[in-house]
Design a protein around this ligand. Structure first.
Ligand code: HEM
Length: 170
C-alpha cells in the first residue's frame, strides 16, 4: 500500500510536468518555443539577419553618449532611409548582392564630429550586437568585415603622410 502511494506520488510529480491537462500542452509549447526563439542565436546569413543587426546596432548607436550626438546631428529626422542604406550596404558586403551603390568615404568626410577615436567605440558596439544576435561563426564573419572596412575608412579620412600611423591621439 505504502509502496503504491509512494509510486503514485512519484508518478504524479512526473505527471505534473510531463502530462499536461487539456490546453496546457500547447501553451507550454508556445512558451518554450518563444523562449528558445529569443535565446537561440542566428546561425545563417540572410537578409533577415542583416535587418536584425542593423536595427539593433543603430538602436545602440543612437543612445551612445559618444556616437549618439554625431549621428543625431547628421540624421536629425527620419532614420528610415539611413537604416535602409545600411541594410543595402551589409547585404552587398556579406551577400554580394550589389544593392549598395554609395561611397562611404565621401559620406564620412561630411560627417561633422567624426574622430579617429570613435571608431573603436563603433566597432565595440558592432561586435556586441553581433555577439547578442549571432552564433560565433556568423558574429566573427561580420566583425572581421567591419574591422577591415573601418580600417580603410580611418586611413581614407585621417591618414596624413607626414604623421605616423596609427596617429597618436594623446
Ligand atoms: C566613428 C565611426 C563612424 C561614425 C561616427 C559614422 C557615422 C556615420 C553617419 C553620421 C552616417 C550618415 C551620414 C549621412 O547620411 O549624412 C554614416 C553613414 C554610413 N556609414 Fe558610418 N560611421 C562610422 C563608421 C562606419 C563604419 C566602420 C562603417 C562600415 C563598416 C560605416 C558605414 C557607413 C555607411 C555604408 C554609411 C552610408 C553611406 C551612404 O549614405 O552611402 N560607418 N556613418
Amino acid at each position: 500500500m505504502h509502496w503504491v502511494s509512494a509510486k503514485r506520488t512519484t508518478v504524479n510529480w512526473f505527471a505534473c510536468w510531463s502530462t499536461p491537462w487539456p490546453g496546457q500542452w500547447s501553451r507550454r509549447c508556445r512558451l518554450d518555443r518563444g523562449l528558445a526563439m529569443r535565446t537561440k542565436k542566428i546561425d545563417r546569413l540572410s537578409e533577415d539577419a542583416i535587418h536584425r543587426l542593423v536595427d539593433d546596432f543603430y538602436a545602440k548607436i543612437r543612445v551612445d553618449p559618444d556616437l549618439g550626438p554625431v549621428f543625431a546631428r547628421a540624421i536629425p529626422g527620419d532614420w528610415g532611409p539611413h537604416l535602409a542604406t545600411m541594410r543595402n550596404f551589409w547585404s552587398s558586403v556579406m551577400l554580394t548582392t550589389g544593392r549598395y551603390k554609395g561611397n562611404p568615404v565621401t559620406v564620412h568626410h561630411r560627417v561633422d564630429g567624426i574622430e579617429l577615436d570613435l571608431f573603436d567605440r563603433w566597432l565595440a558596439l558592432f561586435e556586441q550586437t553581433c555577439g547578442e544576435l549571432f552564433d560565433d561563426n556568423l558574429a566573427n564573419a561580420f566583425h572581421a568585415k567591419a574591422a577591415r572596412i573601418a580600417e580603410s575608412l580611418k586611413l581614407a579620412l585621417f591618414y596624413r603622410p607626414d604623421r605616423p600611423w596609427p596617429r597618436r591621439t594623446s
